[in-house]
Design a protein around this ligand. Structure first.
Ligand code: HEM
Length: 139
C-alpha cells in the first residue's frame, strides 16, 4: 500500500477515535471483550478497571503513532509485546481477534460518522498492531 494511503488511514482512524467519545467507547469495548470468553475474564480478574480504561485509550493512540513509524510509538509497542508474551501476561495470539473485534464493534456503535472507509482504517491500523503483538508471543 502507498505511504500516502497508510497516512490517510491513520488520520481517518484518529479522527474516528476522537468522535467515539472516550467513556462510551471504553464501556462498550470492555463489555464486549470481557463477554468474549472466560479466558479473557480470568486475565483481568485482578485488574483495577479505573486504570485499565485509560490504558485502552492510550494503547490506541500509541498504535496509531507506531503505525506512522513514530520511534517512541514503536518502542512502546515493542515493550507492550514483551509484557503480553508467554512468559509474562501470557496473552495467547488467539485472544487478539476478540480484542480487535471488540474495538471495531465499540467504535461502530459510538462513532456517529461510522462508514466502510472508517472501518477499513480501523482494521488496517489495529490489524498491524495485533499481528505484531501476536508474532512476538514466544519471544
Ligand atoms: C494490540 C493489543 C493490545 C495493546 C496495545 C495492549 C496494551 C496494554 C497496556 C498498555 C497495558 C498496561 C501496561 C502493561 O502491562 O503492558 C496492558 C495490560 C494488560 N493487557 Fe493488554 N493490550 C493489548 C491486548 C490485550 C489482549 C488481547 C489481552 C487479553 C486478555 C490483554 C490483556 C491485558 C492484561 C491482563 C493486562 C494487565 C492488566 C492489569 O494491570 O491487571 N491485552 N495492555
Amino acid at each position: 500500500m502507498s505511504q500516502i494511503k497508510e497516512l490517510e488511514r491513520r488520520r481517518t482512524f484518529l479522527e474516528s477515535l476522537a468522535r467515539c467519545g472516550r467513556e462510551a467507547f471504553v464501556d462498550r469495548f470492555y463489555e464486549r471483550f470481557l463477554a468474549s470468553s472466560p479466558e479473557v475474564r480470568a486475565k483481568f480478574a485482578g485488574t483495577d478497571f479505573g486504570r485499565q480504561r485509560l490504558m485502552l485509550l492510550r494503547s490506541l493512540e500509541l498504535i496509531a503513532a507506531a503505525a506512522d513509524g513514530d520511534e517512541a510509538g514503536l518502542d512502546e509497542l515493542r515493550a507492550r509485546a514483551e509484557t503480553h508474551s508467554r512468559g509474562r501476561l501470557d496473552i495467547r495470539p488467539a485472544l487478539y481477534e476478540p480484542w480487535l473485534e471488540s474495538a471495531i464493534a465499540a467504535a461502530a456503535e459510538t462513532d456517529p460518522r461510522w462508514s466502510t472507509d472508517v472501518e477499513t482504517a480501523w482494521r488496517s491500523v489495529l490489524g498491524a498492531a495485533v499481528r505484531y503483538m501476536s508474532q512476538r508471543y514466544d519471544r
